[in-house]
Design a protein around this ligand. Structure first.
Ligand SMILES: Cc1cc2nc3c(=O)[nH]c(=O)nc-3n(C[C@H](O)[C@H](O)[C@H](O)COP(=O)(O)OP(=O)(O)OC[C@H]3O[C@@H](n4cnc5c(N)ncnc54)[C@H](O)[C@@H]3O)c2cc1C
Length: 522
């Protein structure tokens, strides 16, 4: 047992109790998507480096049968279920090129083959689950017991002895010293009023999608981000293409990813300089971004037309912008992507933290514009979509927000009110992005934790956490024993929707825990 004292885990509480050393503790991780997986992998790596066990026991709870996959890297196989990120950029361990190394080791190809390669989602899921299995072996080799439980956590209670009790849906209970909430995405509510009607389909990542969609019929796709593009790609791949209409508030399509041969590593020095400032406006950030882009590229993409900053409010034609973007990528003129990639992680977090509150809200309102740039589609997908657009198979329309989308039961059709008229179709795909609204979250565990005041809504969305360590913050008090990772921390970090961010945030938690471990070993 360690000898130092804890204040019941929550800074500010006065009851002093004897704390066990971290290596005698049980850690409970709820959710085994990329964030839960990255946490386990990171702890295993710390054990390996230090040569001794870090926890007595780790319990990983996952409500599905799929470890390390989540929504994004599911087991289903279909030609359209392909990542939108290059294989060479994917790593669940934080080690550059780790996915490529994994593929090469299994004789799936040579590193050269993966420079401009976009792997199947299921294959990426296999890679993550494999790395989780290795981490479990590594942890057990150092004496940490790992228990993987298939079940849904529905409630969380802090016991008087400062341990946590986690209640599962099957009424079983687990006790641990610290809990990490890595529960991932909540479903967007945008299409909830349409779910009950025949012809409604969840996203193309739903295993039932291929069997349910009728590709020969017209389809409405709600959204125009990567999920909507994947939905359109799915319908085309299944032999459809008789009128696919993407409808969204902004009507903008994702950018097109540059080829790896057009990669310039650059240091975005104007953006870095912003870290010295106390507060920032969006215009200052865009100006710095523009200067950094111009330094590496003679013909930068006019960012001001892509991002609707107040002074440049123009109504962008989504399709025209997409077609111009595709031409630029083929001409090697997408230098802005190099800068945006360098902006990821710590730098973006620093800038986000310094933005003026109103500008943060503005940026969140238009975050789909940022995501459209930051999450481009592979060039081959873009070519397929452009062909379908030029053959009048795919249309992109801006939704008239007030009327939205309704269903006519007599005609069995969904009706979308769009600029210039209405679009109707007998089937509709809900391809809207996920939600970070805690109050309307469809996750019973988060609802219970919110109701019982164990987590708090961040004013800008998701769960409030301490930026440095991802510890949960309630009433301005930081809880040393409860952590939150992943998409539900968007208010604190803004950009949370990439595997690289899951790994970075898992590292924050583990670094904090390891410092605690060192303290308790002193
Ligand atoms: C459709 C889609 C495609 C994406 N594509 C990419 C991509 O190509 N590249 C990329 O870098 N990023 C991609 N992302 C972003 C990606 O989601 C994140 O990188 C990452 O997968 C988030 O991981 P997570 O573990 O935080 O959440 P999730 O992946 O959502 O995992 C959360 C896990 O927790 C489980 N869970 C939730 N609640 C409970 C509970 N109460 N009890 C037990 N288990 C629970 C869920 O079943 C799930 O397995 C994509 C995201 C989506 C939604």
């Amino acid at each position: 047992m360690g000898t130092h004292n804890l204040y019941c885990g929550i800074s500010g509480l006065s009851e002093e109790i004897e704390a066990p050393s971290l290596s005698d503790e049980t850690l409970i991780v709820i959710g085994a998507g990329a964030s839960g997986a990255a946490t386990l992998i990171e702890i295993a790596s710390c054990s390996r480096e230090s040569g001794h066990r870090r926890f007595k026991k780790i319990i990983l709870i996952e409500r599905t049968t799929q470890l390390g996959r989540g929504l994004a890297f599911g087991k289903a196989e279909a030609p359209y279920l392909q990542l939108n990120m290059r294989t060479s950029e994917i790593s669940i361990t934080g080690k550059e090129g780790d996915f490529t190394d994994w593929l090469v080791k299994r004789g799936i190809g040579s590193a050269h083959d993966f420079a401009d390669h976009y792997a199947a989602r299921a294959l990426c899921g296999n890679y993550i689950s494999d790395r989780v299995a290795e981490a479990v072996d590594g942890l057990e080799a150092f004496g940490t017991e790992v228990q993987i439980i298939r079940g849904e956590a529905v409630a969380l209670w802090l016991l008087p002895n400062c341990r946590y009790l986690v209640h599962l849906l099957d009424e079983s209970m687990l006790v641990g010293d610290r809990v990490i909430l890595a529960t991932g995405h909540s479903r967007s509510k945008t299409c909830d009023h349409l779910r009950q009607y025949p012809g409604f389909l969840e996203s193309p990542y739903d295993p039932k999608f291929a069997a349910t969609i009728r590709p020969e019929l017209p389809s409405l796709i709600v959204g125009s981000s990567l999920t909507a593009i994947d939905s359109a790609k799915a319908i085309l791949s299944l032999g459809g293409g008789n009128q696919i209409c993407l409808v969204s508030r902004g009507g903008i399509l994702p950018a097109v990813r540059r080829f790896s041969t057009h990669l310039h590593r650059s240091f975005p020095r104007h953006l870095h300089a912003l870290k010295d400032r106390d507060s920032l406006s969006i215009l200052e950030v865009l100006a710095a971004l523009d200067r950094d882009v111009r330094e590496i590229h003679e013909d930068p993409l006019p960012l001001q037309h892509l991002f609707p900053v107040p002074t440049y409010r123009t109504r962008t034609d989504g399709v025209r912008r997409f077609q111009e973007d595709l031409r630029r990528v083929h001409a090697g003129k997408a230098g802005y992507q190099n800068v945006l990639e360098e902006l990821d992680g710590d730098l973006l977090e620093e800038i986000w933290t310094r933005l003026l509150p109103d500008d943060k809200r503005y940026l969140l309102r238009y975050s789909s514009h940022y995501r459209a740039l930051r999450h481009p589609m592979p060039p081959a997908t873009a070519k397929q979509i452009e062909n379908a657009i030029s053959q009048n198979q795919i249309h992109v329309k801006r939704l008239r927000a007030r009327e939205g989308i309704t269903y006519d039961p007599r005609r069995g059709e969904f009706i979308a009110a769009v600029d210039g008229g209405t679009v109707t179709a007998p089937q509709l795909v809900g391809a809207t992005s996920t939600s970070d609204d805690l109050e309307t979250s469809d996750n019973p565990l988060l609802q219970q934790a919110l109701r019982t005041h164990q987590i708090e809504r961040h004013p800008l969305g998701g769960i409030d956490v301490d930026r440095a360590t991802c510890r949960v913050v309630v009433d301005r008090k930081i809880n040393d024993r409860l952590f939150a990772l992943g998409p539900m921390t968007s208010g604190v970090f803004f950009y949370v929707s990439a595997m690289s961010e899951c790994v970075r945030h898992a590292r924050k938690v583990v670094t904090f825990l390891m410092q605690k471990c060192e303290l308790s070993c002193e």
